[in-house]
Design a binder for this molecule. Structure first.
Ligand code: G3H
Ligand code: 13P
Ligand code: ZN
Length: 312
């Protein structure tokens, strides 16, 4: 159906009380696995490319691959820049075919974050591109040694209210206790759901959860069974994600779980068949496993069978 904006996808999700998966892609097989999973579940998708992914695969390849994928499927898809920091990259995405960009100025003081985000919103909205911004720093709750540190890191609801009012962003990623990668929690895995509830009450717009991979046990088991070393990996428990969606999360960022699926599948093929050297036999099973992960996420996030709700 062609690419749609992030705003179109997320406003439908906000209205319907569900979340859409934003999946990071770095190459053709990951993209194909994600799109196959979304298509089989009739679920809208946000295809995320980080600055690192753009550097790895090449800007033109990313745009061409994702446009082609969108043209071949009936589900609505957005192409989104994940964690945009470099103004040159952000501008190129806005002008070069992305339908959504994230400006991540969360490392800056509030005033500067507002200033940088406002500039991106102005440029992006003039081109019909949606904008996500981040407020607060992503760190696991258990990593915080004091209440003061926790307050300094997690998003303050009053800051979120001011930030959204002054910047005009389309969606906001607050920090509520998640972190990126496969090692998210040392102790109990939990999110600050009270904070999330208060933020949603004050801002109303679609909210985004970064660092939301669940690190599925069965995939982790495969990775370790076939020689990987990831013993203490721990993700966000699926029931915490469900609660977060019920409280207003509408976009769930998932990269680590796709990386784990690819790693598990590739390790298994190479171990089970020591003579294999055909890349299609090595990467094909990884693509299949990624599609399965995306299908499970669509059910968990509530986005399955919601494709028709976007733009209707
Ligand atoms: O949040 C970061 C995403 O997982 C992308 O990671 O910058 O290594 O591509 P990357
Ligand atoms: P995970 O590392 O939990 O998959 O988070 C990905 C992410 O937030 C991308 O922006
Ligand atoms: Zn992120």
């Amino acid at each position: 159906m062609g690419l749609v904006t992030g705003k179109e996808i997320l406003e439908a999700a906000n209205g319907g009380g569900y979340a859409v998966g934003a999946f990071n892609i770095n190459n053709l097989e990951i993209l194909q696995g994600v799109v196959r999973g979304g298509t089989e579940m009739n679920a809208p998708l946000i295809i995320a490319a980080s600055e690192g992914a753009i550097e790895y695969a090449g800007f033109d390849y990313i745009v061409a691959m994702v446009r082609t994928a969108a043209g071949l499927t009936s589900i609505p898809m957005a192409l989104h820049l994940d964690h945009g920091r470099d103004p040159k990259v952000i501008t190129r995405c806005i002008q070069g075919g992305f339908t959504s960009v994230m400006i991540d100025a969360s490392h800056l003081p509030l005033e500067d974050n507002i200033k940088e985000t406002k500039q991106v919103v102005k440029l992006a909205h003039a081109e019909g591109v949606s904008v996500e911004a981040e407020l607060g720093r992503l760190r696991g709750i258990e990593d915080m040694i004091s209440v003061d540190e926790r307050e300094a890191t997690l998003t303050k609801p009053e800051d979120a209210e001011r930030f959204v009012a002054e910047t005009g962003v389309d969606s906001l990623a607050p920090a509520i206790g998640t972190s990126h990668g496969a090692f998210k929690f040392k102790g109990e895995a939990k999110l600050d759901l009270e904070r999330l509830k208060e933020i949603k009450k004050r801002v109303g717009i679609p909210l985004v959860l970064h660092g939301a991979s669940t690190v599925p046990q069965e995939i982790l088991k495969l990775v370790t069974q076939y020689g990987g070393e990831m013993q203490d990996a721990k993700g966000v428990p699926p029931d915490q994600l469900k609660k977060a969606i019920a409280l207003g999360i509408n976009k769930i960022n998932t990269d680590t779980d796709l990386r784990l699926a690819l790693t598990a599948a590739v390790r298994r093929v190479l171990t089970d068949d020591r003579k294999v050297f055909d890349p299609r036999k090595i990467l094909g099973p990884a693509r299949d496993m990624i599609a399965e992960v995306v299908k499970e996420k669509a059910t968990l996030f509530g986005s399955a069978h919601k494709a028709q709700e976007v733009r209707s």
